[in-house]
Write a protein that binds this ligand. Structure first.
Ligand code: FBP
Length: 550
């Protein structure tokens, strides 16, 4: 028998809470709501999605009689890990079996490639049991293969048909759900009788909109980071000798950095969306940070904490221009670049090809950062920001600035630093009670969308600010979340990413407090996630959710 930790054993016994409409099983009927349109580019998206555009939203209502047929369903986990993925699968399984005991659930292995390569596992009760309420995606593993080619769609259809699968659930972020929406449309257009349903996943918190209040995993991951940041702050405040520069995951949006800043009150937090709106240069950011270090030093506090969002580099307009030029340059000269092994030669090759302004910026960067900026892109063409040491770059530049001020007699402190990167630490944690309940409800909801042959929908559970019994499950057409964006030199329909809203209450609350936090030491120490005990500590929601729904 597999050996489990005590917490693992205790957590597998946790029964996640469901919205009250699902109490006593899935005796529900679907209620069609209003038909919506896409976020923008209505005509273009309508033309690209003739079968799945303009569908109504779906809700559920209790009914006395609901008859379901046995249904074979496939599921994949796609993209980065997020706490709660296993519970989506557990919710799917329980929902399916409650509808009909002869239903079957197949997990395709290793993400989208499992579908095309026909690698799968039938998921049964005993196997799922050990994964209930646990973190990670190891039950069936994840991957980042992009499903976007006709051959991939055809292989998926063939492999699903062989297992008599009538519905496919894609648990993923904005890119994976975009692919799911395209697959749903492809199947509908080509008479393939398989529904495709998405589930909003990502610790980054940027897959949300009017109808999807949160992506799962954000709650738990930020709680893990908050514990770690709090511990570091307590250490900083005890030893009073180090500045801790903490880079936090979030490939693009700064929701994680903002949530953690609001919960832990560091001395400084950068929010990428603000940097972009203010069109700040790297040097301006460094100047601001340097001033905080100097002011604290003048108060005899040569210590502090600084939160840096992982995606920052792409939000600094001059860096964004550089990265975009590098992307094109690397795509066009891929073969030649691959033959150059020596990093200095590679750097010079790039410098030669860049325009004069971007070339000057590239030349000014520390060698290590310059190298990191030309590393391989991910399958979606994104720079792998988790591999870029923005934290170290800032330390290097602040230290340089401080030395200039020292030479001018304007600074006489010490700037001893430690850099940290928190990302992977939070992605596979045991899900908080919120994420355990939310994901289970998302999975259960998806099973009912599948039973009702809904395709092109994202499973949604709303009213999250309330207690689980009052949550509102349903389905939202994915085309309703789309706009057109430029990708790899082409206009593509994509689910719109939610960046931090600079007019929203979370950001405004941060702005109202940050000057005070910079100078006064106002650290908060949130401590670890509580899985048991009073609701006041085991059911805490993110401050982002609380403020967004005030
Ligand atoms: P998803 O958007 O797929 O959920 O992944 C988010 C994320 O955790 C980012 O925060 C991070 O930049 C990225 O994944 C890291 O990717 P990888 O797991 O491939 O290193």
């Amino acid at each position: 028998m597999k050996e489990l930790s005590q917490l693992h054993t205790a957590r597998t016994g946790y029964q996640p809470k469901l919205p009250s409409v699902f109490y006593n099983g899935p005796s529900v009927k679907i209620i069609k709501g209003k038909a919506g349109s896409s976020v923008s580019d209505h005509d273009k998206i309508k033309a690209l999605f003739p079968n799945t555009y303009g569908m109504p939203t779906i809700g559920f209502e209790k009914t006395d009689i609901a008859e379901y047929r046995p249904l074979n369903l496939g599921v994949i986990l796609s993209g980065g890990q997020a706490p709660g993925g296993h519970n989506v699968i557990a919710g799917l399984y329980d929902g399916l079996k409650a509808c009909h005991p002869d239903s079957k659930l197949y997990g395709f292995l290793g993400g989208p490639s499992g579908l095309t390569d026909n690698k799968y596992l039938e998921l049964e009760a005993d196997f799922i049991a050990d994964f209930r309420n646990t973190g990670g995606f190891d039950m069936i593993a994840s991957g980042r293969t992009k499903l976007e080619k006709k051959e991939q769609y055809e292989a998926t259809a063939k492999n699903c048909k062989a297992l008599e699968i009538e519905a496919l659930v894609v648990i993923g972020g904005d890119d994976s759900n975009t692919n799911a929406a395209v697959l749903a449309e492809y199947f509908a257009q080509n008479g393939v009788n398989i529904s495709v349903i998405g589930v909003p996943k990502t610790i980054d918190g940027d897959l949300k909109n009017e109808m999807v209040e949160a992506s799962f995993g954000f709650d738990t991951a930020t709680k893990v980071y908050n514990e770690l940041i709090g511990n570091i702050q307590r250490d900083a405040n005890s030893a009073k000798k180090y500045w801790h520069i903490i880079k936090l995951m979030g490939r693009s949006a700064s929701h994680i950095a903002l949530e953690c800043a609001l919960r832990t009150q560091p001395n400084y937090a950068i929010i990428s969306e603000e940097v972009e709106a203010k069109k700040q240069t790297l040097h301006e950011i460094v100047d601001e940070l340097t001033q905080v270090v100097v002011k604290r030093s003048n108060n005899k506090e040569d210590f502090g904490t600084l939160i840096v969002p992982e995606g920052l580099i792409e939000f600094i307009p001059e860096m964004k221009a550089l990265i975009s030029e590098l992307n094109d340059l690397m795509a066009v000269n891929e073969k030649e670049l691959n033959t150059i092994k020596d990093s200095e030669t590679k750097r010079n090759y790039i410098l030669d090809k860049l325009q004069s302004e971007t070339s000057a910026l590239y030349r000014s960067l520390p060698k290590q950062i310059a190298e990191q900026l030309i590393m391989e892109r991910d399958p979606h063409g994104n720079v792998q920001v988790s591999l870029i040491d923005t934290d170290k770059l800032l330390v290097y530049m602040i230290a340089e600035q401080l030395e200039i001020l020292r030479a001018q007699g304007k600074y006489n402190g010490k700037f001893k630093t430690h850099t940290h990167f928190f990302g992977y630490e939070g992605r596979c944690s045991f899900p908080s009670n919120f994420d355990a309940d939310y994901t289970y409800a998302l999975g259960y909801t998806a099973s009912l969308l599948a039973e009702n042959k809904c395709t092109g929908y994202m499973s949604s559970v709303r009213n999250l600010i309330d207690s689980a019994e009052n949550w509102i499950p349903g389905g939202i057409p994915m085309t309703q979340m789309m706009n057109m964006e430029r990708r790899h030199g082409e206009d593509k329909p994509v689910i719109k990413k939610a960046l931090v809203d600079l007019n929203g209450l979370p950001f405004k609350t941060f702005v109202a407090n940050r000057d005070k936090w910079a100078i006064e030491t106002s650290y908060i120490y949130p401590g670890p996630i509580q899985y048991f005990g009073p609701a006041a500590i085991s059911e805490i929601k993110t401050i982002t959710l609380e403020l967004e729904h005030q």
